[in-house]
Design a protein around this ligand. Sequence first.
Ligand SMILES: *Cc1c(COP(=O)(O)O)cnc(C)c1O
Length: 348
Amino acid sequence: MSKFWSPFVKDLVPYVPGEQPKLARLVKLNTNENPYGPSPKALEAMRGELSDNLRLYPDPNSDLLKQAVANYYGVNGNQVFLGNGSDEVLAHIFHGLFQHGAPLLFPDISYSFYPVYCGLYGIPFEQVALDEQFQIRVEDYAKANGGIIFPNPNAPTGCLLALDAIEHLLKANPNSVVVVDEAYIDFGGETAISLVDRYDNLLVTQTLSKSRSLAGLRVGLAVGHPDLIEALERIKNSFNSYPLDRMAIVGAAAAFDDRAYFDDTCRKVIDSREALVGELTARGFEVLPSAANFIFARHPQHDASELAAKLREQGVIVRHFKQARIAQFLRITIGTPEMNQALLDALN
Ligand SMILES: *Cc1c(COP(=O)(O)O)cnc(C)c1O
């Protein structure tokens, strides 16, 4: 606290990211990074950009990457927004599309950055309880709102909401923006981007941090109606004209163009997930159905925070949330088969 702070700073409740330990040799299954490296073509493109050109500002519109995303999804460039990680894209969405007085709705168990952005931008919100099976029930969102947002698959549960349920929400809320945060969609879901031409209130966000293994590069995107995208561009151009640097633009574009590598690594993660679910179930864990690159699991005989602490002693880190309803769960990122075996050995 200091007299120099703007008045609202002391009331902020910042997001607490998962630990990025300085120790090497830990089996890191706590922040949903991809265990496989980025596309070699993305690395090559970035090496090519590492030159004297870095003295020049990047393209403020990142047109090369916008076009790569538009081609990949079969949409137009003016339906795509880019940001420095999808967290930044989400921040602009909260700032520009959710300040309408009525509460923003999101699930009680969900991405813990949402309430933080509400605090930052002074947005009232209401958390809608997931059902007993930790699923989103769309009927529960039939109330006055200033917008709706949820991850799909949800985080940290990994559970997927079907496209027809999303369509139901879009139809029931023609006067609110519905944001589907698809950080994990490539590990087993179907993107709602196929619906953007039919619903002007739909905005889909994605990140290159998970399925494209570029968490360190910081690139995220949103796809939706050009009017929604224009609002985000107005905010971006009032905040930072160059959120994506030269390396990020060419690296991310090359990652989108390299479908073969992407398909192969996603498939490996999905196969490892199914194998790990089997192994954990055999050890008495209850595992929620996951369409993500992580699983959410609890053991009826072992306290989750104790398990997390004991795993850490053995060099394996997983994520534990203190929130009452999920305090007995562990969120475990899917690693390579070797990393997953290290987890199982430690559990044994
Ligand atoms: C990881 C994650 C993000 C943020 O991704 P970045 O692009 O790395 O900022 C957004 N939403 C959810 C649900 C996530 O899990």
